[in-house]
Design a protein around this ligand. Structure first.
Ligand code: ADP
Length: 212
């Protein structure tokens, strides 16, 4: 299993999804799993929603339950995006991996807050296929319409500047300590998330081909 770690907006999901295809792996995203639960109105979704709307973290117990359920359904190579985000989650994951006899590697992407704020507050997402655009750097050919599938584009509610500021703060306070945790275990490689997408992809590919 490969965990893609880093602050919101650094490109974890984009890199994981693109490389998953190439390496024959499946991507599981904690944020997507939580949003699916919110959309389909599950109990867990309604409990998680208030935390997500405010930019805070969903309690460990809830998010761990949803991610483990996703992992249970999967075999083979997995790219995990957005989980773990706390030491408690990392410890839960370690127990789970041990039971399944799976190895772990972590790809850590980094960029500064100003860059991430500009990227997230200008992000547009296709409602139908999930393709990602940027209102200045990566505009669709026709405003509001996805180039790939013709779907409508929207801005995620938590990509508004106030909420992004909270998400970045929460990352520094609660998630970034995980970098030390994984560095000490010798499992993590740090790459730049603020270069061109193709450069980040190339750097991550180099790491992945060297995993035994
Ligand atoms: P981003 O990384 O861009 O913030 P995600 O889609 O990964 O976006 O997550 C959206 C929201 O879902 C987070 O702000 C948080 O509230 C919740 N979330 C996702 N993963 C976790 C996690 N591992 N632990 C706690 N909350 C999470």
């Amino acid at each position: 299993m490969v965990v893609f770690f880093g602050p919101p907006g650094v490109g974890k999901g984009t890199v994981a999804i693109r490389l998953a295809k190439e390496f024959g792996c499946r991507t599981i995203s904690s944020g997507d799993l939580l949003r699916e639960n919110v959309k389909s109105g599950t109990d867990l979704g309604s409990q998680a929603k208030k935390f997500m709307d405010s930019g805070g973290l969903v309690p460990d117990q809830l998010v761990t339950r949803v991610v483990m359920a996703g992992l249970d359904k999967t075999d083979g190579c997995i790219f995990l995006d957005g989980f773990p985000r706390t030491i408690v989650q990392a410890e839960e994951l370690a127990v789970y991996l041990k039971e399944r006899n799976w190895e772990l590697r972590v790809i850590d992407l980094e960029a500064d807050d100003g860059f991430l704020m500009a990227r997230l507050t200008n992000r547009l997402i296709c409602r139908d296929c999930g393709a990602i655009y940027h209102r200045i750097n990566l505009t669709p050919k026709k405003e509001g319409v996805c180039d790939v599938c013709g779907g409508g584009l929207y801005r995620r509610a938590d990509d508004h500047p106030d909420v992004v500021a909270t998400r970045l703060l929460v990352y520094h306070q609660q998630s970034s300590p995980l970098r030390d945790y994984y560095r000490k275990l010798g499992l993590m490689v740090t790459l730049r998330g603020d270069t061109l997408l193709n450069e980040t992809l190339a750097a991550a590919r180099k790491v992945l081909v060297n995993i035994p």
